[in-house]
Design a protein around this ligand. Structure first.
Ligand code: GDP
Length: 200
């Protein structure tokens, strides 16, 4: 399941400009600041792979990376910038939605959720939208090393609250994986999970 090689392929401004291929692909999605770049770098064990999408002008693009010449990682724009005006936010999700709804090669969405804060409405909305549209997803909790969160609640309490949300909203519960990019916790589990989904 190891990642030996990652090759940047393309940044696409529209869903229909995305590379056409017949390999499995995983989309990685989450609120900005959720720890997406850190997680990608931890998975790949490189410092600068995910940074492509952080370069000015690339933050709103769909970025395709080819892994081990056999499958793709798709870095999608982070959602829910608190400061973005409502209109811009809607626009952004429409763009991302277009990708999800028309992508035959998509194996699963890795929906990143910050375990160090209580469940956020925008994450729940995103999860609900993916669920309603039958898009397979895995919840990937980030920052699980932070046991004590800044706003009072502990990480395990946040996770319990989130789990309750999942139980109430899904008949078939999506898999979930706990990770930390600081300690490397969950890294192997996530890589194994993705390799199982690819071979499924
Ligand atoms: P992105 O905007 O989603 O790409 O988020 P970044 O990867 O840039 O991370 C946002 C902030 O969270 C940075 O200050 C990181 O150092 C911090 N961070 C990311 N992952 C972890 C983690 O696993 N544990 C802890 N404690 N902090 C993290």
């Amino acid at each position: 399941a190891k990642i030996k090689e990652v090759e940047f392929v393309k940044s696409s401004a529209r869903a229909k400009d995305c590379p056409k291929h017949d390999r499995p692909e995983f989309a990685i999605l989450g609120r900005s600041n959720v720890g997406k770049s850190s997680l990608i770098n931890a998975l790949v064990r490189k410092k600068d792979v995910a940074l492509t999408s952080k370069k000015p002008g690339k933050t709103k693009l769909i970025n395709h990376f080819l892994v081990n010449k056999s499958w793709y990682f798709v870095d999608l724009p982070g959602y829910g910038f608190a400061k973005a005006p409502e209109a811009a936010r809607m626009d952004w999700s429409a763009f991302t939605k277009g990708f999800f709804l028309n992508r035959d090669t998509l194996v699963a969405v890795l929906l990143l959720v910050d375990a160090s804060v209580p469940p956020q409405k925008i994450d729940l909305d995103c999860a609900n939208w993916l669920g309603r549209n039958n898009i397979p997803m895995t919840f990937v909790f980030t920052k699980c090393d932070k046991m004590k969160a800044s706003k009072g609640k502990r990480t395990d309490e946040n996770l319990r609250d989130f789990q309750q949300f999942i139980q109430e909203n899904y008949r078939v519960q999506p898999p979930w994986i706990l990770t930390s990019s600081v300690t490397g916790f969950g890294r192997d589990e996530l890589l194994l999970h993705m390799s199982q989904l690819r071979n499924y």
